[in-house]
Design a protein around this ligand. Structure first.
Ligand code: SF4
Ligand code: SF4
Length: 438
């Protein structure tokens, strides 16, 4: 079968075998949750509770501040014991609302609203009130992404179910259990965007999920939603590469998918949209893959937002050995952390406890100009040339090589025989140029 793909990219070891056959398990409710008020792109939310307040699960504890922001909800019922600085994925001193768990969870999730009677604006308001953000890791507020300007007409919705990062299997697990909810979430999103064409992209290493989606769509006899199999290749799930693979359209340099008439949503996000609109359920818990050679019980777990990594490690049977690296997200473009007090947030798709068997952390060496990074780059940049200039602090001289087009996928670093942190060098010059622009 011909599989859709894009130019460039790499095929790192998939490492999905530890969790890809595992069903979703619940992690025990933590005794204490540390819920950051800044879990999304945009301004942090403002706390609307005080120390000593009792809160119910799903209650708003911090209100989105401005258009590009998102509400934050209590993930456990209990008493607010502090609103204080605490390490978070985005800051060593982010503000967290600390809740000590008391009381019962309410059973409001059995509710079923008929979304078909709601207008696009009413649907969007429900999504906003539920604090939904992009679940693939970017954490961009979803109500903003679903409000493209009138001069950017949208004709196609793309659902990102590629899950191209090694180790991660949450999207796969979700598709195996929640096909009808995902499709309802797509229909709600279509109504908001006023589009009647959706393509779901699934990588070829998730054939069971692909078949489940295909069979379900066949029973609906719809031509509006189709599912396509993509070549298993990294970074297949990057927005521009996904659009190229599924539609052949090129998003212009410096542009966004909406410049090509497209909105991309992660499959986990449309599931969260379904829960927000149909079940009135805010985003206070999510599926997370916990994996890597060091964790005793790898799996796909449903975890309350604000649960600390230390509590998750205990629930997953502890560590078999000291990890050489702990990563939030996937190993290619996830975030390295070194503090188990950090809580998970809405954008946390994976927690990896990696040993030397999983990852090469040896020193890097000079560039031998082999060109492998150039072949790997899906954006057709000259990664080695940018990195080599950054290494000798020639930041100004990198501008002509368009480093701002780099999507930080890490394919160049992965392919480098000298183990050079090429994408890290490129990130440095991106930060330099963006600071200059500000
Ligand atoms: S892959 Fe590494 S060694 Fe080869 S050209 Fe790129 S940076 Fe240099
Ligand atoms: S230069 Fe950027 S876009 Fe190209 S492979 Fe490296 S990280 Fe990815």
């Amino acid at each position: 079968m011909f599989l859709k793909s894009f130019s460039g990219g790499v095929h790192p070891p998939e490492h999905k075998e530890a969790t890809e056959k595992k069903t979703v398990e619940n992690i025990a409710i933590p005794h204490e949750c540390f819920i950051p008020v800044h879990q999304h792109i945009g301004k942090p939310a403002k706390p609307v509770v005080e120390v000593g307040d009792y809160v119910e699960v799903g209650q708003v504890i911090a209100k989105g501040d401005g258009f590009v922001s998102a509400d934050i909800h209590a993930s456990v019922p209990g008493k607010v014991t502090a609103i204080k600085e605490h390490p978070t994925p985005s800051s060593s001193e982010g503000i967290c609302v600390v809740i000590e768990t008391h009381g019962q969870f309410s059973a409001s999730q059995s509710k079923k609203n008929d979304w078909k009677n709601l207008s696009p604006d009413e649907l969007k308001e429900k999504i906003k009130n539920a604090g939904i953000v992009g679940m693939g890791g970017a954490a961009f507020p979803t109500h903003v992404k679903l409000s493209p300007p009138a001069e950017k007409p949208i004709d196609t919705l793309i659902i990102n179910a590629a899950e191209c990062e090694p180790f991660l299997t949450v999207d796969d697990a979700l598709m195996k259990t929640s096909v009808s909810e995902i499709v309802d979430g797509i229909r709600i999103t279509q109504k908001i965007l006023n589009v009647n064409k959706t393509i779901i992209g699934v990588e070829s290493n998730k054939k069971e999920s692909f078949k489940l989606l295909e069979s379900y769509l066949n029973t609906l006899d719809t031509k509006e939603i189709t599912v396509k199999l993509l070549k298993t290749k990294y970074p297949q799930g990057a927005e521009k590469q996904l659009i190229q693979s599924l539609t052949g359209r090129e998003v212009p340099s410096g542009g966004l998918p909406m410049d090509s008439g497209i909105v991309v949503q992660n499959v986990g996000t449309v599931f969260a949209i379904f829960q927000a609109v149909v079940e009135d359920k805010p985003l206070y818990e999510r599926l997370i893959t916990v994996s890597g050679s060091c964790i005793a019980k790898p799996g796909n777990y449903k975890i309350k937002i604000g649960t600390r990594l230390s509590d998750i490690v205990k629930e997953c049977g502890g560590l078999k050995e000291e990890p050489v690296k702990i990563i939030l997200g996937g190993p290619m473009c996830g975030q390295t952390v070194n503090d188990l007090n950090i809580p998970v947030i809405k954008g946390t798709s994976g927690i990896l406890f990696l040993s030397n068997k999983d990852i090469d952390i040896s020193d890097y060496h000079p560039c031998i100009r082999c060109g492998r990074c150039v072949f790997a780059c899906p954006i057709n940049l000259l990664p080695y040339e940018i990195a080599n200039r950054v290494e000798v602090t020639l930041y100004e001289e990198t501008k002509e090589l368009h480093p701002l087009d780099c999507i930080q996928c890490g394919a160049c670093s992965y392919s480098c025989p000298s183990n050079r942190p090429v994408s890290h060098f490129i990130k440095m010059t991106q930060q330099y140029i963006r600071t200059q622009k500000r």
